[in-house]
Design a protein around this ligand. Structure first.
Ligand code: NAI
Ligand code: MG
Length: 539
């Protein structure tokens, strides 16, 4: 029983050396074919598709330390968003696979060493995993970009290092989790024990596959839980690779189980499973409601939700306009606009509005769109045809409204899911593009007169995930940070995601917080232990 039983195909294909890759991808600074407006043209976007050097033909679920087929034998393709072509076939999970995975996690929790081992040992396994992430960072970054479409430079320079950082952060917590001694009336010794909650079910989306893996798996493991993770159907590859690395790091079998598949077929049975003790979900508000109801109707498992947003980014009249333009651009367009906290309502003070719009348009026209594997590319394709169509529908609704299209608005090329960076000005509160989460490269710029008004308008949404304020006045900043009803308020910065900073939503943007010390509470039970200080008369 020496060798670990990983899917041979997966294992072999992903361990192929890929040193030629970087040379190839960095050789061309791929946005030569730009038209007069500065957009990346069809040719720039799709003609020079770089073939990643790794080969993945088929991957399986990770259950109880083994890579295994689906009970049904079914598979589904995961697609390359640059072309719509198949990258690999993936075992497609359903209720039976979820049940197998939950049974493995249950056994690993009830009978296995993980919850009972010295916390320092758990910590060391998380640290070893982080080391392996760094060692395998190139393959991880390639797979993340290939499956999702995000720029390779973003995957490799930001997200993979952050993945390692997050697990080191949680490794640091593992042996510092403990309860309290509680003063109580009467002659009692009262203590609280902070115990792992049991088997966690976790459902993640496709926009940051590995970071969402870390936000969920990190705190669950640090606290001694076991878990079943359901990845997004668009991006199943990197979590499986991370699961393989976790077993190399010494994680006991059954602690981390990963099932690929679609929401209703694999996600729903996880949310409603009677033997899952806690559910964590990131995705749309709509699906968040569904899983909350499934959890309530089954065994009342506690649920944390990280959902949609329509975050305001407020540019005050005292702001340095050039810097505000750049930050507002980043706040919206980062990750192809596919961020739950995207600054998707850009509020600009009327005195600087026209200048801001001109410069925001110029910046969007300069945005480098193309094959995400090419150096210098800022924007790749949207993740899939469904997201692409959704964004194009919102662009059409913007065109049909009284908003002014400053630039963009069209597809790039005829294959893959590339969309021109799009800017609308003259956007009004009641327009669909100002109300709904578009989740794409579409900036909506609104005008405001004074702070009272913009606070009221910024808060007039069913969401409350994040907000940005750009000002040189400390007084304005303090006032806004107190008044804005959002889980994160960034002042003169945006998308700062340190491992220690809690993240989550007010209102319909979610329930609970991830990252930081707050995330541990999601994965712990508090047990009160009460005993008399002296032997009482009744014993
Ligand atoms: P979704 O919320 O439907 O999917 C997220 C995850 O939930 C995926 O793993 C999916 O398989 C799973 N899921 C879907 N239906 C389920 C069900 N009935 N039971 C259990 N699990 C289920 O999001 P989708 O369809 O990928 O994107 C729709 C919109 O959601 C996007 O356009 C965007 O506006 C928003 N979204 C927000 C994210 C965030 O970070 N908060 C991430 C992804 C999408
Ligand atoms: Mg969906």
């Amino acid at each position: 029983m020496a060798a670990r039983r990983f899917s041979p195909l997966f294992f072999r294909s992903l361990s192929a050396p890929s040193s030629s890759f970087l040379t190839r991808s960095s050789g061309k600074n791929g946005f030569s074919g730009r038209n007069s407006k500065g957009f990346a043209t069809t040719a720039a976007a799709v003609e020079e598709i770089i073939n990643p050097p790794v080969q993945v033909s088929y991957t399986q679920h990770l259950i109880n330390g083994n890579f295994v087929d689906s009970a049904s034998g079914k598979t589904f393709p995961t697609l390359d968003p640059r072309t719509g072509e198949v990258i690999a076939h993936v075992a497609e999970g359903d209720a039976e696979d979820i049940d197998r995975a939950v049974k493995a996690a249950r056994k690993a929790f009830d009978e296995g060493p993980w919850p009972k081992m010295p916390a320092y040992e758990r910590s060391r396994i998380l640290l070893r995993f982080a080391d392996l992430v760094e060692k395998n960072s190139e393959e991880l970054a390639i797979l993340e970009t290939w499956d999702n479409g995000k720029p390779y430079e973003q995957s490799s320079k930001s997200e993979i290092p952050m993945l390692a950082r997050l697990f080191r952060y949680y490794a640091g917590w593992a042996d510092k989790i403990h309860g309290l001694t509680v003063p109580a009336d009467g002659n009692y010794h009262v203590q609280t024990l902070h115990e792992p909650i049991g088997v966690a079910g976790q459902i993640i989306p496709w926009n940051f596959p590995l970071l969402m893996f870390a936000w969920k798996v990190g705190p669950a493991l640090a606290c001694g839980n076991t878990l079943v993770l359901k990845t997004a159907e668009q991006t199943p590859l990197t979590a499986l690779y991370a699961g393989k690395l976790f077993h190399e790091a010494g994680l006991p079998d059954g602690v981390l189980n990963i099932v690929s598949g679609y929401g209703p077929e694999a996600g729903a049975p996880l949310a409603s499973h009677m033997d899952v003790d806690k559910l964590a979900f990131t995705g749309s508000t709509e699906t968040g409601k569904v899983v909350l109801e499934l959890a309530a109707k089954s065994n009342l498992k506690p649920v944390t939700l990280e959902l949609g947003g329509k975050s305001p980014f407020i540019v005050c009249e005292d702001a340095d306009i050039d810097k505000a333009v750049e930050l507002a651009h980043f706040a919206l367009f980062f990750n192809q606009g596919q961020c739950c906290c995207a600054g998707s309502r850009t509020y600009v003070h009327e005195r600087v509005y026209d200048e801001f719009v001109e410069k925001a348009k110029a910046r969007a026209l300069r945005r480098a769109v193309g094959d995400p594997f090419k150096k210098g590319i800022e924007q790749g394709p949207q993740v899939d045809s469904e997201q692409f169509e959704k964004v194009m529908r919102y662009i059409r609704s913007g065109l049909e409204s009284d908003a002014v299209l400053e630039c963009g608005g069209e597809r790039i090329g005829n294959k893959g899911y590339f969309i021109q960076p799009t800017v609308f000005s003259n956007v009004k509160e009641d327009m669909l593009i100002a109300r709904d989460e578009i989740f794409g490269p579409v900036q909506s710029i609104l005008k405001f007169k004074d702070l009272d008004e913009v606070i009221q308008r910024a808060n007039n949404t069913r969401y409350g995930l994040a907000a940005g304020v750009f000002t040189r006045s400390l007084e304005t900043a303090n006032r806004m940070t107190r008044a804005l009803r959002a889980g994160t308020v960034w002042v003169n910065c945006f998308d700062v995601f340190d491992a220690a900073i809690p993240f989550g939503g007010y209102k319909m943007s979610g329930i609970g917080r991830e990252k930081g010390i707050y995330s541990l509470h999601n994965y712990l039970q508090v047990k009160a232990v009460v005993a008399p200080l002296k032997n009482p008369a009744w014993i």
